[in-house]
Design a protein around this ligand. Structure first.
Ligand SMILES: NC(=O)C1=CN([C@@H]2O[C@H](COP(=O)(O)OP(=O)(O)OC[C@H]3O[C@@H](n4cnc5c(N)ncnc54)[C@H](OP(=O)(O)O)[C@@H]3O)[C@@H](O)[C@H]2O)C=CC1
Ligand SMILES: O=C(CO)COP(=O)(O)O
Length: 319
């Protein structure tokens, strides 16, 4: 059995793909109505229109899910440490796979450090890369990165989660994998704002490229391997999220650029990540101008037009 904590779009999509290949999956949701929908109607509220396979069951009882040796943690980044604090079962020998993309604002660390701090007896890992929950749930081909500091455990998780349509690549560079996934959301907001403001595809390509330079600069400064940023978890996810309206981060940026309201019930990880990386950049002396502008625009301190003017008029430099 695999346990999934969080019955949002991503947790449910992963649970579906695992159950389809015959792995029993128990998914935890805090909302009894979600559990009822999954167990009795075989429907997932966050993935409307998808029929859930047999072998996928839900519960509001965390203890039932934490019996599994592999647990997928699929709650938003800022909810991760609170979620871990609710688990009182012993987790020695268990694998805790973070499926969230972001940086914890309280500690300015990524998900594997949050897990290691809360549950030092478990092995932390992170599953990240380009994938929309809906694509995974529909069985469309997807390739992701599984990062685990312990390569032997990483190989076991890789085999456990991979299937005929979900292909996992493996790395021990957890820092690079999680920072790529976190920062691409910030750049996606910038790209959405750029298109929403009517600035064109050339400007978006510039933001993606210079954004990728910021992602790499910060990640390498924090100990990541540069090549990880060029993989699925970095460049791959950047390409997807900056170019598709299926991305909530991109759509949030579009709304900013167009001056339209946005549904703040939606999970938009890039907003808090922009705040976290702006603070991290200032602390470490790493220049992150696009991330800083996304932070200012997201909080309403600066308009999209002012942010673009600032970025275009910075001192000229070598590429
Ligand atoms: N959706 C996607 O395509 C992908 C998402 N991800 C990542 O997965 C993570 C989760 O996103 P996603 O599934 O889309 O988000 P959703 O908004 O679809 O779902 C979030 C889930 O987390 C639960 N939750 C929220 N806050 C808390 C909390 N404080 N305590 C416990 N549970 C909580 C919600 O419960 P409730 O329903 O009761 O509010 C819900 O089940 C994000 O980091 C995202 O970046 C990664 C790849 C793809
Ligand atoms: O992470 C994702 C794609 O890889 C999902 O993107 P959004 O969170 O922007 O919807």
């Amino acid at each position: 059995m695999i346990g999934v904590i969080g019955a949002g779009a991503f947790g449910t999509a992963l649970a579906i793909t695992l159950a389809r290949k015959g792995t029993p999956v128990r998914i935890w949701a805090r909302d009894p109505a979600t559990v009822e929908a999954i167990n009795t109607r075989k429907e997932a509220p966050r993935l409307p229109g998808v029929r859930l396979p047999e072998g996928l069951t839900a519960t509001t009882d965390l203890a039932e899910v934490t019996q599994a040796q592999t647990l997928l943690l699929a709650v938003p980044m800022q909810a991760l440490s609170g979620m871990l604090a609710q688990i009182d079962a012993p987790l020695a020998g268990k694998r805790l796979v973070a499926c969230c993309k972001g940086i914890d604002l309280a500690t300015l660390t990524g998900p594997t450090a949050v897990i290691a701090s809360a549950k030092p007896e478990a092995t932390p890992a992170v599953l990240t890369g380009p994938s929309f929950a809906d694509d995974i749930a529909r069985g469309l081909p997807t390739a992701l990165t599984l990062a685990c500091g312990d390569d032997a455990t990483g190989a076991e998780i890789q085999a456990e989660l991979s299937g005929t349509t979900l292909r996992l690549y493996r790395t021990t560079d957890t820092t690079g994998a999680e920072l790529g996934g976190a920062l691409k959301n910030v750049i996606a907001i910038a790209c959405g704002a750029c298109i929403g403001e009517g600035l064109g595809d050339s400007a978006r390509a510039a933001l993606m490229t210079r954004g990728f330079a910021e992602m790499t600069r910060l990640a390498v400064r924090l100990g990541a391997q540069q090549q990880t940023l060029g993989g699925l978890s970095g460049l791959g996810d950047l390409a997807l999220t900056c170019s598709s309206e299926l991305s909530r981060n991109y759509r949030f940026g579009l709304a900013l650029g167009r001056g339209e309201p946005f549904d703040n019930a939606l999970t938009v990880e890039g907003v808090k990540t922009a705040e976290a990386v702006t603070r991290l950049g200032a602390k470490l002396g790493v220049d992150l101008p696009i991330c800083a502008m996304v932070n200012e625009v997201s909080t309403g301190d600066t308009s999209v037009a002012e942010a673009i003017t600032y970025l275009l008029n910075r001192p000229l430099k070598e590429e």
